[in-house]
Structures are given as C-alpha cells and as structure tokens.
Ligand binder design. Structure first.
Ligand code: KIV
Length: 295
C-alpha cells in the first residue's frame, strides 16, 4: 500500500478526534483511507468497530466526519433509497452509480460495494467482471457478496485477482424468494451449516463476514472460531463489528423496522416537521423575508 507523503496528508474535518499514535479504526488516525489490512489488524487487537450503510455522497460525508471506519453501499439501497420492495431488482449499474457517490463523499472510510442479485451467481468469471466495475468505475476498496459454501469459488477468484471480499451469510436478503426473512442457524443442522459457511468464506480468502439474523450464541461461537472479523446485524453483541442500515438507525425508514435495530434519531419526524413549517411559511407569506431577498 502506498502511503501519502506527510505534506499531502489532509485531516478529515468534523467530530472525529484524530490521534496519530492510535491505530484504532474508530477515533484513530484520520489521514488516509482505511484498508482491509487495518481491518485485519483490528481483529488481532480485539477491537470492535462500527459499519453503516450509505447510498449517497452527502450522508456518507456525515458518517465519514463522525469517524465511521467502514461504509457499506448495500443493495439495501433497493428498499431504503430506490423505492423497490426488496433488494432483488437492484442492478449493477445502480450499485456502481451509488458506490461512486459514496466514494466521492468520503476520505477516510473503507467503502465496500455490494454485488447485486444476478451479478455473480453465474460463476467466478461473472463475479470478477461485476466486481471489477465496482472497483474501477466506482472506486470501492472492497466488494460484498452473499452466500457461504455456494459462493466460495467466486470469492477465491476475486481475492486472487486483488479484490478484497466481505462475505455475507445467515439471512441473505437476495434469496428472500427462497428463504423469506427468517432467523438462520436455529437447530443443530442449521447451526453446523452456518459454521461450515463461515469457514468456507474464510478459507476462500474473505477479509470479513457479515452474519445476519443469527442467534447470538451461534454468532459468538462463529466469531471465536474465525480469524477474520465477523460483522453482526441481528446477531447479538459478541461479533467483532456491528452494522446497521442508516435509514433504520436514524429513524428515516417508514413503517416497521426489525427488532434488532436501535433508533438513534427520528429523522422522519424532524424532516416532516421542517417540510410542514416551510409549507406554512410559504402559504402564510412569512417566507422569504427581507433577510432572504437579494436586491
Ligand atoms: O445491503 C445491506 O445493507 C446489507 C447489510 C444489511 C449487511 O447487506
């Protein structure tokens, strides 16, 4: 990895308190982009870290300034940004456009671009062609794809080709038509399969693995068994990292959100109140005032 010369290093602005002596992913050095090697080192230090989804440059810049070290341009953009009902219709063109925006809006975070449904299931060569677009056209530092044992050949070829891969097992939303949205890994055989999937993606060379909607005890066991970090979503407190979908955790998503989501703000209320206040000002003639006018 090429280090920028010191004279060109620009600290990221905002809430993050950089400490050049610290290697911590959150709250640590902020003068260059995080890489997958930093992620590997964090597991060796036993450090926990946060990941958020992002789908546009402005939101991503807020999270970057807050020190979020890894951002996932998830295909959850399907439901949370593009207005689809599931992630299934999301295309590689859409993921490339959204990923490029997130890369442009950030300076420090490692950006992981999701490979959408249909862009890697045909086999390793198709996966390489799709991942190459995300790396070359969008500038992501890594890609994510769903599946354990069933995706190990794709992961192997991407890693051999120099593309870091985050795997995703447990509930895999691209398979919603086959598996529904149900907790995965319950019962002896399902738990054994989840462990085989985790080991398969690690052996194939993945640098991290998302565990979605998996019993907390099983996620803890998988985390202890792997030398790569586990990133939990609905997988209890023992995984190395935690990821949430940003529109869920900031209260922008309308309707019900999954039980595992913690809501840190109520943006839907804040934005709705602001829109109503603007509308009332306009209809009541109190906006714009003299101070908002040019002469
Ligand atoms: O697409 C996505 O946002 C994801 C996360 C929920 C892990 O896959």
């Amino acid at each position: 990895m090429t280090q920028l010369p010191a004279a060109q290093e620009q600290p990221v602005q905002g809430a993050l308190k950089p400490s050049d002596s610290s290697k911590a992913l959150y709250g640590g050095k902020s003068t260059r982009r995080i890489t997958v090697r930093d992620i590997t080192a964090a597991k060796e230090r036993g450090e926990k870290w946060p990941m958020l989804t992002a789908y546009d440059a402005m939101t991503a810049s807020v999270f970057d300034e807050a020190g979020i070290p890894v951002m996932l341009v998830g295909d959850s953009a399907g439901n949370c940004h593009l207005g689809y009902e599931t992630t299934v219709p999301v295309t590689l063109d859409e993921m490339t456009m959204l990923s490029a925006a997130v890369v442009r809006g950030t300076r420090r975070a490692l950006i992981v671009g999701d490979l959408p449904f249909g862009s890697y299931q045909e086999g390793p060569v198709q996966a390489l062609r799709s991942a190459t677009r995300l790396v070359k056209e969008a500038g992501v530092g890594a890609v994510k794809l769903e599946g354990g044992e069933r995706s190990h050949r794709q992961i192997e070829l991407l890693v051999e080709s120099g593309i870091p891969v985050m795997a995703h097992i447990g509930l895999t939303p691209q398979s919603v038509n086959a598996m529904g949205y149900r907790v995965q890994g319950r019962g002896e055989e399902a738990a054994a399969q989840l462990m085989r999937d985790a080991k398969a993606v690690q052996d194939a060379g993945a640098f991290a693995v998302v565990l979605e909607l998996v019993p907390a005890e099983l996620a803890a066991e998988v985390t202890r068994a792997l030398h790569i970090p586990t990133v939990g979503i609905g997988a209890g407190p023992e995984t190395d990292a935690q990821v949430l979908v940003w529109t869920d955790m900031l209260g922008l998503t309308g309707g019900r959100v999954p039980k595992f989501v913690k809501k840190y703000a109520d943006l839907r209320q804040v934005m709705g109140d602001a829109a109503r206040a603007f509308a009332e000002d306009v209809t009541g003639g109190t906006f714009p005032l003299e101070e908002h006018s040019v002469h």
